[in-house]
Design a protein around this ligand. Structure first.
Ligand code: HEC
Length: 146
C-alpha cells in the first residue's frame, strides 16, 4: 500500500514535470509561430515614406507616372510616327496645326476617349495608362509638332 502511494506521488511529480516541459516548449513554439504569422499577414501596402531606405523596393516598383515621351514611345508611336490609318504624324506641323487650334482640352479628350470611327481608339489602346499619362503623351506630341 505504502509503496503504491509513493509510486503515485512520483508519477504525479513526473507528470507535472513533463507537463511543465511540454507547456513551456508549446509556449516557445507559439511565440515563434506568432512571429511567422505576423510576418505573413503584415500589410502588403505598408506606407512608404519617401527617403526610407527600407522601402527602396517598393519605391522602385511605383516610380510614379511615366513621362509623356515614354507613353508615346510605348503606345502611340506605332501610328503617330508612321501616319498609319490617317494618324497625324508627330513632327508634321501642318497636320497638327488645325488640331492644336481646337485647344488642349479637346486633344486630351480625343486621346483619352478616342475619336469615334477612326483608328484613334481610347487611350491609343493603352489601358494601363492613367489619364494624366495620356495627357503627358499628348503634350509631348504637340510640343514636337509645332
Ligand atoms: C492604332 C493607331 C493609333 C494609336 C496607337 C494612337 N493613335 Fe492617336 N490617332 C490615330 C488616328 C487615326 C488619329 C486621327 C483621328 C481623326 O481622324 O481625327 C489620331 C489622332 C490623335 C489625336 C488628335 C485628336 C484630335 O482631336 O484631333 C491625338 C491627340 C492623339 N491621336 C493622341 C494619341 C495618343 C496620346 C496615343 C498614345 C497613347 C495615340 N494617339 C495612339 C491613331 C492612333
Amino acid at each position: 500500500m505504502k509503496k503504491i502511494v509513493k509510486g503515485n506521488a512520483w508519477l504525479k511529480a513526473g507528470l507535472l514535470a513533463i507537463c511543465a516541459v511540454v507547456s513551456l516548449s508549446a509556449y516557445a513554439l507559439t511565440e515563434k509561430q506568432e512571429a511567422a504569422v505576423a510576418e505573413r499577414i503584415k500589410p502588403v501596402g505598408e506606407v512608404c515614406v519617401e527617403g526610407d531606405a527600407n522601402c527602396a523596393a517598393v519605391v522602385a516598383v511605383s516610380s510614379g507616372p511615366r513621362s509623356g515621351e515614354d507613353i508615346y514611345n510605348g503606345s502611340c508611336m506605332a501610328c503617330h510616327s508612321t501616319g498609319a490609318g490617317g494618324a497625324p504624324k508627330v513632327g508634321d506641323n501642318a497636320a497638327w496645326a488645325d488640331r492644336i487650334a481646337t485647344g488642349q482640352a479637346a486633344l486630351y479628350h480625343s486621346a483619352v476617349n478616342g475619336v469615334a470611327g477612326t483608328g484613334m481608339i481610347a487611350k491609343g489602346g493603352c489601358m494601363s495608362c492613367s489619364d494624366d499619362e495620356i495627357h503627358a503623351a499628348v503634350d509631348y506630341m504637340v510640343e514636337n509638332s509645332q
